[in-house]
Design a binder for this molecule. Structure first.
Ligand code: SF4
Ligand code: SF4
Length: 285
């Protein structure tokens, strides 16, 4: 049976949070833009329904999707489809959680990010406890700026020990972390070192464009979010003609959602079926 890992990113580009570094902070989509985003998402859901492959999906919206009812409904529907093995989304977890009572807990998971400037640790931990009570699988983390490492440690101490807390490395400044910093962060995220580097990827075998691929709101397919070349369109083309074993055409790959598919890192063994929501096998129920 063919297995596909799909990253979907529609036109949504608004967020209820105001992170200073983010272009989507406190932006609003018009009613017409939201209707368009919903319509494209529903078309994607219908396409998934029509497929017979095993499909795992990670939504990576610009902005925040889960404050929109249509995202909640799409994820709930997808979670119950027999061909869907995983449906997950990157979220700031600011949405209500009651709607998650209706999802299929075996396939639904969340990649949550804590934003220390936007919500208190207490409130965020309370949201995570709600997920625990609902038996929702999730990972949680944020960019590990050196001045916020104590917050990262407090987050780790407050989240259920069986939940994975990840740390993203700040990589814009070379040699930003000392070895002592890395050892400290590894006590929170044992896989942090993978994220501290831009992995040399040019010419290397990667599942992107073969068993993993990116779809935008028009249905256009690309290998991954980091390569612009369009391979085809899910609503027009035969998928067999689009997907094939490939090697990377970029010099490096520095994000989990990319390098996790790079064959030489063998990270599928570490994450097993938690690749998309970033939950290593050791942290799964
Ligand atoms: S929560 Fe995410 S999308 Fe929203 S403003 Fe912050 S970084 Fe941007
Ligand atoms: S290594 Fe990264 S950039 Fe290259 S194809 Fe794979 S996911 Fe894309």
């Amino acid at each position: 049976m063919t297995n596909w890992s799909i990253l979907y990113r529609g036109p949504l580009s608004s967020c209820n949070y105001g992170c200073t570094y983010c272009p989507f902070a406190k932006t609003k989509n018009t009613r017409a833009e939201l209707a368009e985003d919903a319509q494209r998402l529903q078309k994607f859901v219908a396409w998934v329904k029509s497929r017979s492959e095993n499909i795992s999906i990670l939504f990576t919206p610009w902005g925040e999707g889960l404050i929109r009812n249509y995202y909640q409904e799409a994820m709930t529907t997808l979670s119950h489809l027999p061909q869907v093995k995983k449906v997950t989304i990157q979220t700031n977890l600011s949405c209500a959680t009651k709607w998650m009572e209706k999802v299929n807990k075996e396939t639904f998971a969340l990649w949550t990010t804590f934003h220390p400037t936007q919500i208190s640790l207490d409130k965020f931990v309370d949201k995570c406890s709600q997920l625990d009570a609902l038996d929702i699988q999730y990972s949680v983390g944020f960019v590990a700026f050196k001045e916020e490492l104590d917050i990262l440690e407090r987050l780790r101490n407050r989240i259920h020990p069986k939940r994975y807390v990840w740390a993203n490395a700040y990589k814009r400044v070379a040699d930003y972390y000392s070895e002592a910093d890395i050892l400290r962060i590894e006590k929170v995220d044992p896989l942090f070192r993978y994220n501290t580097v831009y992995h040399q990827s040019l010419g290397k075998s990667c599942q992107a464009g073969h068993t993993s691929f990116t779809i935008d709101g028009n249905g256009d397919v690309r290998s991954c979010h980091f390569i612009d070349n369009i391979l085809g369109n899910i609503y027009v083309d035969d998928m067999q003609a689009i997907l094939a074993p490939r090697t990377c055409i970029n010099a490096t790959c520095g994000c989990h959602i990319g390098y996790v598919h790079l064959d030489e890192l063998n990270l599928y063994e570490t994450y097993e079926d938690g690749v998309l929501e970033r939950i290593p096998a050791a942290y799964r129920r």
